[in-house]
Design a protein around this ligand. Structure first.
Ligand code: FAD
Length: 436
């Protein structure tokens, strides 16, 4: 294996990026690369939430697992996100039920709805130290169209038995700490985590249950022989009956066509210095987290150490996030600048996987090869839960029982022009937000 191939995934350095989360996370387990060949019941490629959650649930059921990560647990989107645990998939319940009429649609909606519960339960059961905060998620409307969206979303979930409620006027201003919005809804299923601590905590739980994690160990090839899967890292190999590819947006060429079945989209995050007490008491004073209805979704929360963390506000298909950061700073100023000076301290970014139907995909292109991809920016809860479902499938659950239907690997048209596509979509959405 050449050192150049070892050096990056989708062009990024394999070192943990400098971010607020890497500066404040719990320590990760000490790991070594795979040096000697091994066998296991299940090989897992990728130590993000999907792979680690699957590993924990497989180990609890008594299967041996080897997890291989090209960098380290949480290096991918799992250690770089905004930490907002949000219920539901990117598509609204009625859209999902229209796309999948009957039982399948109902199961998929329920899967998204219950996904945060799996996160809270896992954290509690294993005592993961990740500043978990289950105080709810607020989605305020950014434009007039957003008014209708938040009303419809709140009602859709209320009809499905969730105690959502509308927020308006003064109550909303107080709960957010800004009067930039006049209408929103509160989803009690949501909350927040320190995302890298959550990933590292999951890795430690997996190890405690007997899972072997090797990192940095990039899987360079996957092949099957005599009903066994073989994952080669260049240095050694792991042989196992099942393989789970949980490489998220960072999938390269391990599985044919997987890389072109979604678009890796980069989004950025910024964080201030710790805010003065007076500002902390006003911004999201009850501990909620929030993302608004902008086309270029804008998220904000306080970190466990009292900083304002903003995310979204733009996207790119390339490595450079510098064009997005000024929009995030501006959004922060517009929302909270009236409270005092915001001194920006950190900026970082990462890729998440966007599929054409904005839903997660599960593939089984060959016997005992399991793949999931495409959390579309809603991955903390959804990836954790998908990991559980994929573990059940490996343990023998019928494919038809999976809440996310097994599909063949599709291809995003004109994938080669994705850079232009993301750029055009960003400009268009920014204009829509401005006009709205
Ligand atoms: C900036 C940003 C903000 C976000 N904000 C939120 C949010 O607030 N709330 C939310 O719910 N979701 C959010 N998301 C989405 C969420 O973070 C992801 O959906 C989720 O983390 C995906 O987890 P994963 O396990 O599928 O993939 P990842 O965490 O990306 O992990 C994939 C792993 O695979 C490894 N890998 C890849 N190829 C190989 C190989 N060949 N060999 C070995 N290892 C390999 C990588 O090293 C990586 O560690 C955000 C995403 C980003 C990027």
């Amino acid at each position: 294996m050449s050192s150049r191939r070892q050096a990056s995934l989708l062009g990024e350095s394999l070192r943990m990026p400098s971010s607020l989360w890497s500066a404040t996370a719990i320590a990760g387990p000490t790991l070594k690369p795979l040096e000697r060949s091994e066998t296991a019941d299940v090989i897992i490629v990728g130590a993000g939430y999907t792979g680690l959650s699957a590993a924990i649930h497989l180990a609890e059921a008594g299967l041996s697992c080897v997890v291989l990560d090209a960098a380290e647990p949480g290096w991918g989107a799992s250690g770089r996100n905004n930490g907002q645990v949000i219920a539901g998939l990117k598509q609204d319940p009625e859209v999902i039920e229209r796309l999948y009429p009957g039982e399948q649609g109902r199961k998929l909606v329920q899967f998204g709805s219950e996904a945060p519960t799996q996160v809270w339960e896992l954290i509690k059961r294993h005592g993961i130290d990740c500043a978990a905060n289950h105080r709810g998620w607020i989605q305020p409307a950014f434009t007039r169209t957003g008014f209708a969206t938040v009303k419809a979303r709140c009602e859709a979930w209320r009809q499905r038995g969730i105690h959502t409620r509308m927020l308006e006027g003064n109550e909303l201003h107080i709960l957010l700490g800004t009067n930039q919005y006049s209408l929103g809804w509160l989803d009690p299923r949501g909350g927040s985590v320190q995302p890298l601590s959550y990933a590292r905590g999951l890795a430690q739980v997996a190890i405690n249950l007997g899972v072997k994690i090797y990192a940095p160990s990039k899987v360079e090839s996957l092949r099957s022989k005599d009903d066994q899967w073989i994952a080669e890292t260049g240095q050694a190999r792991v042989t196992g009956k099942h393989v789970l590819v949980a490489t998220g947006a960072y999938a390269e060429r391990l599985v044919p066509k997987l890389r072109t079945s979604f678009v890796p989209v980069r989004t950025a995050q910024v964080a201030t210095r710790p805010l003065p007490d007076a500002m902390r008491k006003v911004i999201l004073p009850k501990g909620h987290v929030s993302s608004d209805t902008r086309q270029l979704l804008t998220s904000f929360r306080l970190s466990p150490d009292g900083r304002l963390v903003m995310g979204g506000s733009g996207a790119t298909a390339g490595l450079d996030h510098s064009a997005i950061v000024p929009y995030l700073h501006k959004a922060g100023e517009e929302l909270f600048g009236h409270l005092g000076r915001l001194e920006w301290d950190f900026q970082w970014s990462g890729y998440f996987a966007v599929t054409t139907d904005h839903l997660p995909h599960v593939h089984e292109p060959e016997r005992n090869l399991h793949i999931s991809v495409g959390c579309n920016g809603r991955g903390i809860a959804v990836s954790t839960s998908l990991g559980i479902q994929l573990a059940k499938r490996i343990l023998g659950m019928a494919a038809a029982e999976l809440p996310v239907p097994v599909s063949s690997i599709g291809t995003v048209k004109f994938h080669v022009f994705r850079g232009l596509g993301v750029k055009a979509a960003t400009v268009c959405k920014r204009l829509q937000d401005y006009l709205g």
